[in-house]
Each structure stands twice: as structure tokens, then as C-alpha cells.
Ligand binder design. Structure first.
Ligand code: AMP
Ligand code: MG
Length: 341
């Protein structure tokens, strides 16, 4: 398949309608959002949704998020919208928060991976919103990467993984958040955080009162355990190299690397630390700035592969606030390989 490439930097760009035509004709296209690039298709058509799974190589039991551009598109997708959901939407939409509720009958079974619920989000990215509006229907859009690989935060990441497998790629530069949306389910008695992201647990608690944090946010699922969020059970964000998170002070991290690193190994560290380390460094943001870490982590994980590194020694991020999302992605890239020094 020949993939068409568009460069769009304004919601008024004429190419928006070309991309919308591709989607209206049942095609699939990678589009920018503020979180990561998404692989979009008509959320209300099972055959479009199937194309997305095929192009990504995504397991069919891992459900997709439905993206809307206007609040009025939400009600038809779900059984009902409780007060708590409206309060979240009012505070955090458009933005990086996905809300799960029991689904209505118009949601194709392919999207929900066989679950009785559907995940919905309204992105804030102007290009994404313009494309959804021009389509006139909601778009299913998981991250536009090959399943298992680091999520794409710029169009060249998408091209690396999906060129020739999808109808179009829209390039609008780097994503501003750089990490996927926060996912919360309101289909449980107490709201439950399934995936940390740009909207932090503290921000959610302020609106909802009590929330629970799913065990899979911090820990590896036990063999045979059922995942509340199926995505959490799969190997994720993994470069080809072995990633090891080294938890401890910078001095101990440095010493550990000096004692253990071999030819071709790489340090995945913070920008301020490069000069003090004796091996090749790839940075993921600034030390005390978790937002910059979120923005850079996926690109850094892709660079690790470009370097053909064997072992990667990663600095442990502060796992609070948006740092919790950075930790959650990094610990999966490392297959929960953490060493304390
Ligand atoms: P991605 O589309 O790649 O950002 O991944 C979407 C994430 O949301 C995955 O971890 C899914 O398992 C999760 N998700 C989507 N829909 C649901 C749902 N209905 N119930 C639970 N988790 C969901
Ligand atoms: Mg993904």
C-alpha cells in the first residue's frame, strides 16, 4: 500500500478535508494528538477498526480509545453519563484524560475487545479536533506504533513503524505531552486509575474524592491474573536492547555503570548528567522536570535501538505526579527489571 504523507500545521489547512475523505472512505490514518500520534479510523465501523489492529499487530483483546471533538458525540457511545464523568470532562477535556463507562450498542465489539465498556477521550490538539470534526464521526485511535514498540511522538516514528501499511500519515511536529492519556474507569464502584498519564492521581482526586489505583500501574501482573486494562498485560514500549533501571543516588548510579558497563552499553540519564558519565548517554529530559521526561522518554527509547545498544542503564524517575506515568512506561520497557544501588 502507498502511504500518503501530509504536513499540516493549522486546523484551517485544506489537507484536513483530504485526510477526512480517506477516513470517510473507510481508510486509516496516523494523526497527531497532544499525547502521542494516534492511528485513526471510523470508530463506528468494525471493519475500519479491524484494519487498525492489523496494521499495528495489536492483540484483538486490547481495546481502543474512541476520540471525539465535541461533547455531544459522547452520549451515543455510552449507556449513560454519570455526574462524576461530567465533572471530569468539564475539568480536563479537551485534554489527556480517557474516561471508561459501560458502552452503548453502537460500539462495534472489535473496539472494546469483548468488554462491556468503552474508553472515550476528547483531545486538545487542534489538528486532531479539526480532523474528527471534518469526519463527523468519532475516531478510534490507539498509538500509531507497531504493537510493543515505544509510542510515536513525532511523524518520523510513525513512518518507521507503519509506512506502507496505512493510508496516510499527518505530520504536525512533536507531541506536546509525549506520553499516552491517563485512563480512568467509572464502571467500577470506586473510580479506578488504570493507566497514569498527564492528568495526575492528585488532579483526579480533587474532582472525584476517592480513587483507587490499579495494581498494574506499579506492578507486573501475576501469571494468569485478569487485567482491568488489557493493555497492561502486554510487553510494552520495549526497545530491542535489555533495559535495566538503576534506582539510587546519581553517585551510586555512576559507580554501578563504571563497574558493570561493557562496550556498546548506553546510559539513559537526565540532561544535566551527561558530562559526568564515561559511557554513551541518551537523555530523557531534565532531572527535576517530569514533564520534560514525559515528552522525551519514547524518543529516547527509540534512539536506544538506533545505537544498537545491548544493555541500557536507565535512571529511576521520580514516580509522583506526571512522573508516575514516566515510571509506568519505563518500568514496562525494562520488563520490571529494577536494581537498587
Ligand atoms: P492505546 O490506545 O495504545 O493508548 O492504549 C489504550 C489503553 O486503554 C490500553 O491499555 C487499553 O487496554 C486501555 N483501554 C481501552 N479501552 C478500555 C476499556 N474499555 N477497559 C479497560 N481498558 C481499556
Ligand atoms: Mg499504545
Amino acid at each position: 500500500m502507498k502511504t500518503l504523507h501530509f504536513e499540516i500545521h493549522s486546523p484551517e489547512n485544506d489537507d484536513i478535508s483530504k485526510v477526512a475523505s480517506i477516513l470517510k472512505d473507510g481508510g486509516i490514518a496516523a494523526i497527531p494528538t497532544e499525547t502521542v500520534y494516534g492511528l485513526a479510523g471510523n470508530a463506528l465501523k468494525g471493519e475500519c477498526v479491524k484494519k487498525i489492529y492489523r496494521a499495528k499487530g495489536r492483540p484483538s483483546d486490547n481495546p481502543l480509545i474512541v476520540h471525539i471533538s465535541d461533547i455531544s458525540q459522547w452520549a451515543p457511545l455510552v449507556k449513560s453519563i454519570p455526574e462524576s464523568a461530567l465533572a471530569l470532562a468539564e475539568k480536563f477535556w479537551p485534554g489527556p484524560l480517557t474516561i471508561i463507562l459501560p458502552k452503548s450498542d453502537i460500539i462495534p465489539t472489535e473496539i472494546s475487545g469483548g468488554l462491556g465498556t468503552v474508553a472515550v477521550r476528547m483531545p486538545s490538539d487542534e489538528i486532531a479536533k479539526a480532523i474528527i470534526s471534518a469526519c463527523g464521526f468519532p475516531l478510534a485511535a490507539p498509538s500509531a506504533n507497531t504493537s510493543g514498540k515505544p509510542s510515536p511522538t513525532c511523524a518520523s516514528h510513525v513512518t518507521e513503524d507503519l509506512d506502507g501499511k496505512i493510508d496516510a500519515i499527518v505530520d504536525s511536529g512533536e507531541c506536546s505531552v509525549g506520553i499516552e492519556s491517563t485512563v480512568i474507569t467509572l464502571a467500577t464502584d470506586i473510580p479506578r486509575l488504570l493507566r497514569p498519564g498527564g492528568i495526575t492521581p492528585e488532579m483526579l482526586t480533587e474532582v472525584l474524592g476517592e480513587i483507587e489505583i490499579d495494581d498494574a500501574v506499579y506492578n507486573k501482573l501475576h501469571e494468569g491474573a485478569e487485567a482491568a486494562s488489557p493493555g497492561m498485560k502486554y510487553k510494552h514500549y520495549s526497545p530491542d536492547a535489555k533495559v535495566l533501571i538503576v534506582k539510587g543516588s546519581f553517585d551510586n548510579y555512576k559507580k554501578y555503570i563504571e563497574d558493570s558497563a561493557e562496550e556498546g552499553d548506553v546510559a539513559l540519564c537526565f540532561e544535566e548528567e551527561v558530562k559526568q558519565l564515561s559511557i554513551k548517554c541518551i537523555t530523557y529530559g531534565r532531572k527535576d522536570d517530569p514533564s520534560s521526561q514525559a515528552k522525551n522518554i519514547f524518543d529516547a527509547l527509540r534512539k536506544v535501538d538506533e545505537e544498537k545498544a545491548k544493555t541500557v542503564y536507565a535512571r529511576f524517575p521520580e514516580n509522583e505526579g506526571i512522573g508516575l506515568a514516566v515510571f509506568n512506561r519505563l518500568v514496562r520497557a525494562a520488563a520490571f527489571n529494577i536494581i537498587e544501588v
